[in-house]
Design a protein around this ligand. Structure first.
Ligand code: ADP
Length: 266
């Protein structure tokens, strides 16, 4: 199933979630704290802390599970987000690991539905826009490769966070990818360099690669109108008249890395 259709965004208190599992933004001691951690321990009751004492802490980016006790959720998955230190201390990777490892822990427990708070976006100071993007991308990717959990709910604590999640998800839905093969006298004429520059100008991401047979392979990701412009530009023989023809390698929509890829067709 399309990973996008397995994602929901809600506003509210995660302790009230009726998902099978809720994720706790814990600290490395797993012995409770403020914010969402405090709220989860309060709602679950003292048995949760007693159980967490047996877990031996948790490293940043990893996840450990416990029962949910008085919560509606049967399980709590405790994960430790990175403290934001400006972005140069592996924060993105660690936050991504939190989502991936929590989802894999949920899979181990055969959990059908799981609710996430905005890990690291409170006391740990991770900027909300960047955190929402990592949360959604990492989840989409993991869901793409795993059928369980079936459903993931992102709990936003306020309207501002909700708006950011909604906008980020819409942007991700709009991303498309196109794969081109470019033939002609395209090697040794700075073709790769010009193509990269053009892609950059059009706000596309992706890569350009020389093939052994003298052709060039290019994969680009971005909004459809920009991909269309890029295709036109490749087709009309940029730079100069080195290009004989451009082919789009596949036309059927497929899923890749959690994104729907609608190859442009002509
Ligand atoms: P961290 O230390 O990982 O930053 P915090 O608990 O301080 O964790 O905050 C994480 C996010 O959870 C913040 O965006 C905060 O607004 C939100 N939050 C706090 N309490 C709740 C709750 N009961 N339900 C859902 N989200 C919550």
């Amino acid at each position: 199933m399309n990973p996008f259709s397995r994602i929901q965004i809600e506003t509210g208190d995660i302790t009230q979630s009726d998902c099978d599992a809720i994720v706790n933004a814990a600290n490395t001691s797993l012995l409770g704290g403020g914010g969402v951690d405090g709220a989860i321990h309060k709602a679950a009751g003292p048995e949760l802390l007693a159980y967490c004492k047996t877990l031996g802490g948790c490293k940043t980016g990893e996840a450990k599970s416990s029962p949910g006790y008085n919560l509606k959720a049967r399980h709590v998955i405790h994960t430790v987000g990175p403290v934001w230190k400006g972005g140069g201390s592996n924060e993105n990777f660690l936050l991504e690991s939190c989502y991936r490892n929590s989802l894999l822990a949920a899979k181990e427990l055969s959990v059908k539905s799981i609710a996430f708070p905005g890990i690291s976006t409170g006391a740990y100071g991770f900027p909300m826009e960047a955190a929402a993007s990592i949360a959604l991308k990492s989840t989409l990717r993991t869901l793409f490769f795993n059928e369980i959990p079936q459903k993931v709910v992102f709990f936003c604590f306020d309207d501002k966070a909700r708006e950011i999640y909604d906008i980020t998800l819409d942007k991700l839905k709009a991303i498309q990818r196109a794969v081109f093969s470019i033939h002609g006298k395209v090697q040794g004429v700075f073709f790769r360099k010009f193509t990269q520059e053009k892609a950059h100008q059009l706000n596309l991401s992706g890569y350009v690669m020389n093939q052994k047979d003298g052709s060039v392979f290019c994969e680009a990701e971005g909004a459809e109108p920009d991909l269309e412009k890029f295709y036109e530009w490749l087709h009309t023989g940029s730079p100069g008249s080195n290009v004989d023809h451009v082919t789009i390698d596949r036309e059927d929509p497929v899923f890749y890395n959690g994104f729907e890829i609608r190859f442009l067709s002509r």
